[in-house]
Design a protein around this ligand. Structure first.
Ligand code: MSP
Length: 505
């Protein structure tokens, strides 16, 4: 059997500060995709990292009386702690201040210079330090403010090298024409076209002369390479990335936030054209976590510290909240009250409650043993619901409609509760309808098995707890047998003394 390869990346984060929950969002969504793709039999590679250079970091270090390297090292260790606490699976953590990256970037710069694709000129214009972005006159708000983050722009006037991105404008447009799903969702693509690709794109300035914290331009004492140019190259500079971008069969997906679409959807493919490399299959653009005061961001002072939240709430709550309440391709609101309500509504009242109810009934009516499966015509519709759930969940996940996929599970939980109130197992027991009661119990346990299997990509800790109750071996359950109702026949299950999640005091 040929093993399919899947390579997913998140943006590499700026370590000028601690990360907030908005940053953690991308990692959690990527982790959910990684777990799902692994369950589907893919060999999965997952890359993230830190974008260590740039003016923003140089300035911040200066203000703290620290060296930029010390500052980024300190913050990167907090990133890694966060990924651990959020249950993020094993991944490549790539750092742009690594000697490997410096070496490769200098080689790429030299190669492109020799090819004549990079040329020396002069940059005169505006620059946003927060976004590390050159802002054209036509896009600046009131000539002086960044259209993305509203920060005041700085005027730059310096000798600089440029990359001839205009050379590949037509090829890029052609790529979009042939691959309508290259950039998802569709409105991200529409915006890109109406804002930036309507006409030829200007060449990109790829060096800075008035900062020091960066990768030196080969042969130029006073210049460093523009942070975005080298940061994008992280995707192919790691050993794994290099491998995947040389493998035409690997499925490559970049997950990014919406303010960095231009870099990934214009410059990155063009850089790959210059280097004669294949393109990724997809660029997925997620929305922002917003609060009543707008996008969650340090500069607005409205951020939630995920490490702080993790001291109060389980990682699985944060993970489910984000997939359930922030519609994957759109903005969504976060507040601690909403998080806390969701804990009660979903984890306590819905999921834990169903697990306890079903395990209790198996103990009360069948001595804690899951009854054998015997197909009963009257349960046929309920069976169809299970088949439908498993199919639809995969359809949605395969289209990266993560929130819709979660909604399928949520609806199924509701219909499982309804099934209990419609069939009233305690009445069947009183009326001594044991044969049918056993079929209902077998069916309900199997519903929980399916739910916990699907939830395993989203809330792995909770799913493992449910597996323990129903004696499900996590190494044995898979897409084929999750719908096999004989899989758990005659298995003894645990008594749930305490709900998986108790109401908060
Ligand atoms: N260093 C660049 C990325 C380079 S990738 C070659 C960068 N770093 S960042 O730390 O500022 O942002 C990283 C990611 O976090 C971006 O995709 C951004 O959209 C995301 N988020 C930052 N704030 C966010 C929210 N409030 N909500 C959701 N995601 C947000 O950009």
């Amino acid at each position: 059997m040929v093993v399919k390869t899947f390579f997913i990346t998140t943006p590499i984060f700026y370590p000028n500060d601690r990360l907030h929950l908005g940053h953690a969002y991308a990692m959690i969504m990527a982790d959910i995709i990684v777990r799902y793709k692994s369950s589907q039999g893919y060999q999965v590679y997952f890359q993230t990292g830190s974008d260590d250079h740039g003016e923003k970091i140089e300035k911040k270090a200066l203000s703290l009386n620290s060296s930029p390297q010390e500052l980024v090292d300190k913050n990167v260790s907090l990133f890694q702690q966060l990924w651990k606490e959020l249950g993020i699976l094993e991944h490549v953590f790539y750092r742009t201040s690594s000697p490997n990256h410096h070496f490769k970037i200098k080689n790429i710069f030299t190669k492109l210079l020799e090819q004549g694709d990079i040329y020396l000129s002069e940059y005169q214009g505006k620059y946003c330090i927060t976004c590390e972005d050159y802002v054209s006159k036509s896009k600046a708000i009131n000539h002086n403010f960044c259209p993305t983050c509203q920060a005041e722009l700085r005027t730059i006037n310096e000798p600089a090298y440029f990359l001839r991105v205009s050379k590949y404008y037509s090829q890029l447009i052609e790529h979009y024409r042939k691959n309508p799903d290259f950039l998802l969702p569709n409105n991200a693509r529409k915006e890109l076209f109406s804002n930036f690709l309507k006409e030829e794109i200007p060449n990109l300035c790829i060096t800075r002369s008035d900062i020091n914290w960066g990768i030196p331009v080969p042969g130029q004492q006073k210049m460093v390479i523009y942070v975005w140019f080298e940061a994008l190259l992280n995707y192919i500079n790691s050993a794994e990335g290099e491998n995947k971008f040389n493998d035409s069969k690997a499925e490559i997906v970049h997950l990014i936030g919406k303010e960095i679409v231009r870099f990934h959807a214009i410059y990155w493919p063009i850089i790959l054209f210059f280097l004669n490399k294949r393109l990724p299959n997809k660029i997925l653009v997620h929305g922002w976590l917003i609060t009543p005061t707008g996008k969650m961001s340090k500069s607005k002072g409205n951020v939630f510290d995920p490490l702080g939240l993790l001291k109060k709430y389980p990682a699985d709550l944060i993970r489910t909240y984000l997939i359930a309440k922030i519609n994957f391709f759109q903005d969504g609101v976060f507040s601690e009250d909403l998080l806390s309500n969701f804990y009660q509504d979903f984890l306590v009242n819905n999921l834990s409650n169903l697990v306890s109810r079903i395990s209790k009934m198996v103990h009360l009516y069948n001595g804690g043993i899951i009854p054998e499966f015997n197909s009963d015509k009257s349960l046929e519709n309920y069976h169809h619901e299970c088949l439908y759930l498993v199919k639809e969940f995969q359809v949605k996940m395969d289209k990266y409609k993560l929130t819709d996929a979660f909604c399928q599970i949520k609806n199924f939980l509701d219909s499982s509760n309804k099934m209990i109130s419609d069939l009233v197992p305690w009445k069947l027991f009183q009326e001594k309808k044991y044969i049918f009661l056993n079929q209902v119990l077998n069916h309900l346990v199997n519903r929980i098995k399916i739910i916990s299997f699907l939830l395993n990509s989203i809330i792995p800790n909770t799913s493992k707890e449910i597996y323990k109750v129903f004696n499900i071996n996590s190494d044995e359950i898979n897409w084929d047998n999750c719908l096999n109702f004989s899989f758990l026949s005659k298995v003894k299950i645990k008594k749930v003394e305490k709900h998986l999640y108790e109401p908060r005091k």
